[in-house]
Design a protein around this ligand. Structure first.
Ligand SMILES: NC(=O)c1ccc[n+]([C@@H]2O[C@H](COP(=O)([O-])OP(=O)(O)OC[C@H]3O[C@@H](n4cnc5c(N)ncnc54)[C@H](O)[C@@H]3O)[C@@H](O)[C@H]2O)c1
Ligand SMILES: N[C@H](C(=O)O)[C@H](O)COP(=O)(O)O
Length: 338
């Protein structure tokens, strides 16, 4: 039987950032997948010329079978047009809607089984909001596009997987978002996706406390006693393998991580600095809880590097590889991998 060739959508993200550069760099290498870039064709050709990279961007034809990409060739989804000419390093709110259109087309293509996964380059949250559009991140945007599901952000670097209870929230709002309902839902999604996507039968999850020293028995905050401990007890009775809540300052030490399949941090900057310290440059961001596979880079738009050819492609390569691996593990419909 012949191997399936996954067809993977790639959104370069903010046109003024390093996303288009990295996609051009990616195009220089062969791939086990057919990579379909969801972006403006002329933007991609222009950035390849700017970087002196001999990548040929050709229009994608959905009626042709997916064939693994040769070096120097990439497909671009037709009919995706930027609003204003993009200049590397110069944000322009006029292109915010274009950026969101690329995400919608890629996500809808996944939901319709045209693509087996989507890989996202970095967007600039600020410029999208400057354009008058409320936007906190791909994670929340895609969850809404998929019908208001609860998304779980997880970043992976080497053996370390760090998932977050809350995603892009101001720190002031985090404590109120630590509710029993959210914690139960997130832990169930994390367990289910570790089983389904990562093939870990009985995942062991280490859960961080919210407060210093996990609340010091209620003397430094009561979310652990009121919410986290009772929820973990309840879910343990249901058979989940949970450790914690542990003080976050010592949770990320070899003793606790040795047997852990994933860590659940309570908020963005409790978990991600550790993960990025270990793996910035080759870590992958994956959204759990969606009815599709979405992986992403571990970095932002790096406007300072856009158009220079100096941006590191490691995380985009790792995100594509994870998307291919996951889509080969997951059952696929025929159209996304013909
Ligand atoms: N996946 C995403 O869409 C994503 C992720 C993180 C941040 N962002 C957004 O990106 C924007 C800028 O954020 P930031 O400045 O905090 O983070 P950033 O990742 O853009 O930059 C942080 C530092 O890392 C460097 N860097 C980033 N990517 C690199 C690469 N591939 N190779 C070499 N160096 C690299 C930058 O030059 C900079 O010095 C913000 O709007 C933020 O919200 C988007
Ligand atoms: N929280 C992510 C990170 O720090 O890498 C980043 O902001 C991207 O998030 P989205 O994938 O939701 O855009």
């Amino acid at each position: 039987m012949s191997e399936r060739v996954p067809r993977v959508a790639i959104t370069p993200g903010e046109p003024a950032g390093i996303g288009p550069d990295l996609v051009c760099q990616l195009g220089m290498h062969a791939s086990a997948a057919q990579r379909v870039v969801v972006a403006d064709l002329e933007l991609m050709r222009q950035r390849a010329r700017q970087l002196s990279l001999p990548v040929e961007f050709t229009p994608f034809d959905a009626d042709q079978p997916a064939v693994a990409d040769h070096p120097g060739v990439m497909h671009v989804m037709p009919g995706v047009q930027i609003s204003a000419p993009a200049q590397a390093g110069q944000l322009n709110p006029a292109n915010a809607q274009y950026v969101l259109e690329t995400l919608k087309k890629a996500a809808d293509g996944c939901l319709q089984n045209l693509f087996s996964a989507m890989v996202t380059g970095p967007v600039h949250k600020g410029v999208i909001n400057d354009a008058g559009i409320t936007f906190t991140g791909h994670t929340e945007f895609l969850a809404e596009r998929c019908g208001q599901v609860l998304p779980v952000m997880m970043l992976v670097a080497d053996d370390l997987r760090v998932a977050l209870l809350t995603t892009h929230l101001p720190l002031r709002a985090v404590a109120d978002a630590v509710t029993a309902e959210r914690l139960i839902a997130v832990l169930r999604i994390l367990q289910a996706d570790l089983q389904a996507k990562f093939k870990i039968d009985q995942p062991r999850i280490v859960v961080a406390g919210l407060n210093p020293h996990a609340g010091e028995n209620g003397h430094l905050g009561d979310e652990e006693c009121r919410i986290i401990i009772p929820v973990l007890d309840q879910l343990r009775r249901e058979g989940m393998h949970l450790e914690g809540p542990l003080p976050a300052d010592t949770l990320f030490t070899p003793r606790h991580l040795r047997d852990a399949d994933a860590v659940l941090a309570m908020y963005h900057d409790q978990g991600l600095p550790v993960l990025k310290h270990v793996g910035f440059g080759h870590a992958v961001n994956i959204t759990l809880g969606l009815p599709m596979i979405r992986t992403s880079v571990d970095h932002g738009t790096a406007l300072d590097l856009a158009g220079t050819g100096q941006a590191d492609i490691g995380s985009l390569e790792a995100a594509l590889q994870m998307a291919v691996d996951l889509s080969q593990k997951a059952p696929l419909s025929s159209s996304a991998s013909r």
